[in-house]
Design a protein around this ligand. Sequence first.
Ligand code: XMP
Length: 327
Amino acid sequence: MPILDRPENMERITTPDLANKYIEEQIADIKEQVGDKKVLLALSGGVDSSVVAALLIKAIGSQLVCVHVNHGLLRKGEPEQVIKVFKEELGANLIYVDAVDRFLDKLAGVTDPEQKRHIIGNEFIEVFAEEARKLEGIEFLAQGTIWPDILESEAGIKAHHNAGGLPEDLAFELVEPVRILFKDEVRVVGTQLGLPDSMVWRQPFPGPGLGVRCPGAITRDRLEAVRESDAILREEFAKNGLEGKVWQYFTVVPDFKSTGITDGKRTFDWPCIIRAINTTDVVEVTVEHLAPEFIDHLVKRITSEVPGINRVLFDYTPKPPATVEYE
Ligand code: XMP
């Protein structure tokens, strides 16, 4: 049976050899736990669920059914990357659910941040449960729980999102093959499983996605402005060797407009806020001071390439007093 608690004397997985050993042990454990039954996994494309998917594909192949829900709040290129890596390259049994309209229709006109998070979380469970009910013979649910999740839930810091809050008729047995690992170890294992660096070294991304970076009521045009400006920011950070060096960086497009001028004509458009931060524990966060020439370049690209943006602002606020995300 799988080990539920991290052994006190467990060596930190820092090398390919240690990762390979862990992978072999997990494959044996998964095979023993699951037998010839089917396993379901919500594959977001984040580090933890991606590593779990890659491990399970290696262990049980097509007995794993991955469900990727596109809630419309993902970053540019993310659903495509999940399909390319898992379906095309690893041959996963992957169900892609386009739930964009469903989520955005439910969120239309909702301004309260907590209500937005609530809708996104509930709708996600509903969509996933609907897919699960369509499938036959599923007995297990795989989850990307990692050791800090267990420690934090034991310490009462945050509720562990165990079993994703699925309804009772979907009470599957859990398969948690990275449960005893720290995040850095999950990354070493992911690399050893052949996942691309862009997946393994992804910066943290909140479950409600770009929804919390589109403050107030989400509209499709403003959401698109967040997505496009975020894509430019990520591209420029990668080009300038900042990927993996700055802990988290993203854009926010608030719900107000200001006057500007383009080609001699008045514009009345949104600003785009750039946030770039460093931290070790996200309890305290410092601001990354970007080079002025780099900021100038970002301003030029974002104002000229992203429809609806006529101004770029930089957020100089550490945490506390500000949180990392805006909602
Ligand atoms: P805050 O805004 O609380 O963010 O200072 C701290 C870190 O947590 C991420 N974050 C989330 N991650 N679900 C997540 O999985 C969420 O709802 C969520 N909200 C914030 C945030 O991106 C930052 O790295």
